[in-house]
Design a protein around this ligand. Sequence first.
Ligand code: SF4
Length: 792
Amino acid sequence: MSFLKPLAHTSRRWAGSSPSGLLTRSLASTASTVPTKNCTRITPPYAKLVSNLEKVKRVLDHRPLTLSEKILYSHLTEPEEVKPVRGQTYLKLSPDRVAMQDASAQMAILQFMLAGMPTTAVPTSIHCDHLIVGHKGADQDLVNSIENNKEIFNFLQSAAEKYGMSFWKPGSGIIHQIVLENYAAPGLLMLGTDSHTPNAGGLGSIAIGVGGADAVDAMANIPWELKAPEVIGIKLTGKLNGWTSPKDVILHIAGKLTVRGGTGHIIEYFGPGIETLSCTGMGTICNMGAEVGATTSLFPFVPSMASYLHATGRGPVAEAARQHAQFLQADAGAVYDKVIEVNLSTLEPHINGPFTPDLATPLSKFADVVRQNGWKDEVKVGLIGSCTNSSYEDMDRVTSLAKQAVEKGIKSKAGFFITPGSEQIRATIERDGQTGVLEQVGGVVLANACGPCIGQWTRDDLNEKEENAILTSFNRNFKNRNDGNATTMNFLTSPELVTAMSLSGKLTFNPMTDPLVDASGNEFMLQPPYGDNLPLNGFIPGNLSYTPPDVSEPNGAIEINVDPKSSRLQVLEPFGPGPEGEFEDLQVMLKVKGKCTTDHISAAGPWLKYKGHLENIAHNTLNGALNADNEKVNVVQNVFTGKEGAIHEVGRDYQKLGKPWIVVTDHNYGEGSAREHAALQMRYLGCPLILARSFARIHQTNLKKQGVLPLTFADPADWDRMHGGDVIESTVGVADLVAGRPGKNDTPEGGEITLKVRRPNGERYEIKALHTMSKDQVEWFKKGSALNAARG
Ligand code: SF4
């Protein structure tokens, strides 16, 4: 394979297709091509990684490793201290970079502020994309969204300036497209506070979607923990052709693996078919790996990645990667936990949905499925773009279809919206004429943001609750996802099929077999799409005011803007230190029965607007929890007043009385997302200890990070003995734990804590409980939180 700088591509195909007034948006500050970036902070430290990997390989007796293992293990904080076993060992890792979107960045930054650090330990970027609506079109929508969210955007910007984070303001683009264009690099390990962070795997990065607390670990130089994932190898052979595109690879795989099939795994692609794909096409494939639950997805370093790096001003990164090309491939003979083969030459276009991304139907069968289900044969709206599918290649290929329609004098029968993934894409396709052609068929260009992909879509074309079908090139299609309407059926497909089927307006339309009708009433067949991977004349950055400097220096003099009267943002106070000795007089407020996920502990939905305000969001604490003593949800008795109240209310009352309280919970407490609010809120309301039959691992770690001691029953049957209203008069073993003294029954995994309990009737009993606190975690507990410990 050759890693030479790419040669020029084909001609500027859409010249002469003049764009509309949108052109004026970017002229004033538009540069001609993307300048070479300062790559010092975006080039992975290859020499160090290779050296680390050598150490790990010695521990592993030089067995061949998959690429996923090579990248992960080379980022171990102590590469000689563990012998990683896939699916078993917990790895302590040092990520290279963090990216956060505007919704999830709020609490992450509020927490990071507690670390008292002048800057982040690793380069970090913030992207304003989720809070921007799609409605009338880019200009108007952007102005309205900025007005409605200016408090949040101002906060994020001031924090970015203070701590030296790169701030991508509203309108600059969608987090994953911006990361691909600016920060992703082969061999990089990055964390992103968004589930489609794996998009960067298209450029050879291990990029993992995490909760804010995990991102804060990396930002505050706290080792980040991950159970060594198993690895699914996907062997690609052949070459895509005709109507099939990279999106079809992952739509097909989603059908095979289902929404849970990738859980606990990294999906690693290999085989000769890889060499035929563009870098951005591989990004699309990795992006939607999130839909099968995979930890992340990635491709090895191939020439199309080098081409993309050069085209986006990162030639030095391409050169450094080329020099370490061996490191950036799986070892010969590496063994995968499971292998799936996909022949690109015979792969059919797919349409997935509605309501779940793994309901995959090949295009040739889709019309039958529509008829069998009795769905109305109408495409109401087609939407292309988003972080999944808004590359230059995507836009060029859909333009080749729209151009045919223009030449035949027809427009899209369905509503048609285009969401560019970034200002760079928007400006480049405007210059090269794609925008003009798409507008000529009726396309409306929305802001460079998430908009309709995340429910920020205001529709004017629909009566409420009317069943309708939309086609999108996005990645998720759960009910209500796009327009908040549960009867909107969202089908996921390639941008090319979205465009062709929108032109026809029919859900049963198959462009490979069915004709369209031109303005004169004559039938014609759409020719298959074609397009350039990269623009012949290079990318242009567009409005330069959207691009932050390559290196953002911290400025400690900046005040972070948080209005004390705000209902959406609240500066956090550091939690106080943990106990110096045993706990005494812990009130058992509640015994929870059955499932208690992070959604039960800290619900989402309407509460999302309070993500940056701990006091306000704490009103939802445990509001989905079933009280085992009264069989009521979110109802508990205040033992001091005898009155019943919501759990957060009683928690706040106990806190006012200076009474620390605990909850006793059932199995797998805290399963679900990595949402740190579920741990933060408990601590905030005065809960220093949770006693469970068992914990979900990530939530257990999150509790430890917030200074809460998670204990499990040594005998799970003891759950039956405890009840709300009991009081833990004292613990035995916590004093040893915090003093670093070995306990009587310590094991390599932890130790034993005895709880001396008194019932309301005065009867006394003892419970044996277990902790799993490591030395580092004991420090967090003593100091009150991991961030307090990081602050020293
Ligand atoms: Fe998430 Fe959609 Fe935004 Fe991508 S475009 S980051 S999937 S909301």
